[in-house]
Design a protein. Structure first.
Length: 235
């Protein structure tokens, strides 16, 4: 991915914000504002909290990716930059020479960072004032970070959990190509099962189950795109 707005560096890691994220940020702020109870404060205070919430969501993405980047650098892996874009974030790094256990540590660092940030935001929500919906917004951000951590731990390549699965398989003696095929096929099966399960459960009366369908389709799509070329030709 190229382009974007450079924002300097954090801990020696270059940070870039993609134009797609800059376009979606006002939409996120509007969504944060809409989620705030009008009775919680004045229009100005709710607008301010919505804007701060959208910025904190951006920070959450950066924290997740910096978790990957800092652990990678600690293991001597070159990190080019961290990019924030419309679908989240991405850490550009050279994992070609990394040992399986190093790749595993780099992969798990992102979800751990999101989980710790989510816990910190939840603690902040306990002591934060209700003015402008600040407490409820922090709760929403805490849940979002917890959800990101859980979602990324799914054993579906190229999600972090899929990379952990691939590295574990390589460490157990499988070739890198076979390990990646296994991790991507796991993602395809898992994503399809989540999406189908959501549809079936909604038809059985649990309408809210439809909420998991987009997540399942996202996993399915990402895994399909990441399927090694030779494996794709065999399907």
């Amino acid at each position: 991915m190229t382009g974007g707005l450079p924002l300097g560096s954090i801990g020696g890691v270059r940070l870039v914000v993609g134009s797609s994220w800059l376009l979606v940020l006002p939409v996120v702020a509007l969504g944060m504002f809409a989620a705030i109870d009008p009775a919680s404060g004045s229009m100005a205070s709710r607008v301010l909290v919505g804007a701060v919430g959208s910025l904190l969501l951006s920070v959450s993405v950066v924290v997740h990716e910096l978790g990957h980047a800092f652990v990678a650098r600690r293991h001597g892996i070159d990190v080019e930059r961290v990019i924030v874009f419309i679908l989240g974030g991405y850490s550009e790094m050279n994992l070609d020479t990394a040992r399986p256990e190093q790749e595993w540590m780099v992969a798990v660092a992102g979800p751990v960072s999101s989980g710790l940030l989510g816990a910190a935001l939840a603690a902040g929500a306990i002591v934060a004032p209700a003015t402008g919906g600040l407490d409820s917004t922090l709760v929403l951000l805490a849940v979002a970070n917890g959800g990101v951590a859980a979602f990324n731990l799914l054993p579906a390549f190229p999600l972090d959990g899929g990379r952990m699965l691939r590295s574990a398989l390589v460490r157990r003696g499988r070739s890198p190509l076979l390990a990646e095929r296994t991790a991507t096929m796991t993602g395809i099966i898992l994503g399809g099962a989540i999406a189908l399960g959501g549809v079936v459960m909604s038809l059985l009366g649990a309408a809210t189950s439809l909420l998991v369908v987009p997540g399942g389709l996202l996993v399915l799509t990402l895994a399909t795109w990441s399927l090694p070329k030779t494996a794709a030709e065999e399907i």
